[in-house]
Each structure stands twice: as C-alpha cells, then as structure tokens.
Design a protein. Structure first.
Length: 329
C-alpha cells in the first residue's frame, strides 16, 4: 500500500514529459528549437529557477487545444495515482496559454475534463488553482482574475509563481484582496529563491493560506517562530530545490531541520517531469536522505491533508487511510 497523500504543489505544465512534448509538437505542427528527444533532454540541466522557466515556457508552445489539456491532465493523474496521490490541488498558469491565443474556457474545460476522469477512474479528488506570473504586471493578473470571477470559471483559488527575485508579493496586494473578497483560496510561492521577507509579505499583505516552498524562512528565526505558532503550511519540493540549485545537495536540504522545528511541512513534486520524479520519488529521496521513520512519513502525509482545501469529512476519510497505512506493516 502506498502512503496516501494530498499533492498541493504541482504545476500541470510541469508534468509534460519530453515524449509528450515531441508528440504534441508533431500533432499540432509546432516547430521546437530541439526537435529530437536527445536534443530536448540535453536542455534539462538547470543553474537556477530562471534557466528552468525559460525551457518550461518555451515547451508550452505545443499545447494548442482543450483536448491537449485534457490529455495531459489525465496522464498526470494516472501517474499520480501510482504514487499514492488521493487528492490534488492542481496549479496552472493562465497567462502562459492566453498569450498563445487559447481562451480561458478552452484551457479550464480541458483541465476539468481530465480532473473528472481522475475522480471517476482513480478516485482522486481535486481543486484547481490559477497561478499568476509575478514577472508580469499585476494589471494582467487582475484582468484575468476579473474575467475568471465574472464568467464564473471553475477555479477554486489563485496562486503566485514564476521568477521570484525582484518581484515581491506586495506588487499583487490588490489582486489577492480581490480574490479573497470573491471567496477564492489564496496561496503563493515565496522563499524559494527569494528572501524570508517575501514570506512575511505573502502572509501580511496577501494573507495567503499556504506558502509554496518557503524554505528560506530558516534565515529569519522570528518568522520561523511565527510559522510554527500559526501552523502555516509550507509545501516543500525537495527534488525541485536540488535541481534548481536552491540547495546544493539533498544532504543540505532543510527538510529535517524544518520538521524538528515543528514547522507544518508537506512534500510535493512541483514540476516532476523536469526535476527527476513524481511524488513517490520525492518521498523516496527524503526518506533515504533523512532516514524518516514510518511515523514521520505519516506526519508529512497528514500535514498535506490538513493543509488541503478539502472539507472536514473528506479530510477525516484521508486521515483514516493514513492510519490504515501505518497499521499495514
Ligand atoms: N512555475 C513552475 N514551477 C515553478 C517554481 N518552482 N517556482 C516558480 N514558478 C514556477
Ligand atoms: Zn512551484
């Protein structure tokens, strides 16, 4: 039995496998600068967040129709099911797709169709979160958010992603206020490459319900105290942090310190097709590196469920599955 978990930090666009990229390029007549699998794979050596984002955004050129979104969402959920995912809160970047002439309705209806397949085939429940680019003007985010609300698109929350350094959360204060006023959940990437101060801003100015990454909180002891006291969820992505050089090696990853400090951390995969593995691979890496006991693995799973936007009865069912896992050996 796989450890039952909620996947809360996963970018749909970061699940595009190289083979799928080339397949869709052929199908949709898109010319990529790296036409063979070998040439494409040679690009996957990153020096920082931006070097990854440049490739990640370029590859999105292959996504052209609602059916493409449905297909990649279903493919992701098939793989997520194998790694024990019971609930997913899926990120997507609307700006990346509108830029290429798709409509919000095409993107969202395709993703939703895939999510429904995940529910009926594998019993994976879901929420959908539209992430805004912090490197783009806040006006662009606001315009899309107003459309999402006005046209009643089926999204459950908003997030904030892309290049972090130089784009502090304060820039998106009005966007997040508008989302909260309209009953949307709010999360933000902060403290991945950016300083602890960006985490403080995300909490105070955006009033987020979770921090995505947040590993640089350790540079500010007062912030750590606050995050512990508030039991603020931090969605940590170990393989991503190593591949994007936020830390040099897994041995230097702060997960063990974060757990020992009492921070509410959970483990996630971020962009699994780019960083060497899905949720199970992230768990395997930290279990091996930090010698995590089954009890500690269960804490990480419970934290992911607790930090999700599921209602209390749905959370209780998943906590029951974690208990069954603990008793299963
Ligand atoms: N978009 C996709 N993955 C991301 C990450 N790790 N950080 C910021 N933006 C992203
Ligand atoms: Zn991310």
């Amino acid at each position: 039995m796989k450890l039952p978990v909620a996947e809360l930090h996963i970018h749909l666009e970061g699940t595009l496998e190289p083979e799928t990229i080339l397949h869709l390029a052929g199908q949709n007549n898109v010319d990529l600068p790296w036409p063979s699998l070998e040439e494409l794979r040679a690009q996957y050596d990153f020096s920082n967040l931006q070097s990854f984002l440049d490739l990640f955004y370029a590859n999105l050129a292959v996504l052209r129709t609602a059916a493409d979104f449905q297909q990649i969402t279903t493919a992701y959920l098939r793989r997520a099911h194998e790694s024990g995912v019971r609930h997913v809160e899926l990120f997507f970047d609307p700006q990346a797709h509108l830029e290429r002439g798709l409509t919000l309705a095409e993107v969202i209806s395709g993703i939703r169709a895939g999510l429904e397949t995940g529910l009926s085939r594998w019993g994976i429940t879901h929420k959908l979160i539209a992430c805004f680019w912090r490197h783009a003007p806040a006006e662009s985010a606001m315009e899309i958010l107003r459309t999402l609300v006005r046209e009643k698109h089926a999204v459950d929350g908003i997030g904030l992603d892309s290049s972090e350094l130089g784009y502090p959360p304060v820039l998106f204060r009005e966007v997040f206020a508008y989302a909260r006023e309209n009953g949307l959940h709010v999360v933000a990437h902060a403290g991945e490459e950016g300083p602890a101060e960006y985490i403080v801003q995300a909490l105070d100015l955006l009033q987020v319900e979770r921090i995505d990454h947040g590993i640089r909180c350790l540079e500010d002891p007062a912030l750590v105290q606050r995050l512990v006291a508030e039991q603020m969820p931090l969605t940590v992505c170990p393989l991503s942090n190593v591949r994007l050089r936020a830390v040099d090696t897994m041995a230097e990853h702060p997960l063990r310190r974060m757990l020992d400090l009492g921070l509410k951390v959970s483990i996630h995969s971020d962009d699994p097709s780019y960083f060497g593995g899905y949720l199970d691979a992230n768990f395997d890496a930290v279990i091996a590196q930090f010698d995590l006991s089954r009890g500690e693995q269960a804490v990480l799973a419970r934290n992911s469920i607790e930090a999700s936007f599921l209602d209390a009865p749905a959370k209780a069912l998943l906590f029951g599955e974690v208990n069954a896992w603990l008793e299963s050996r």
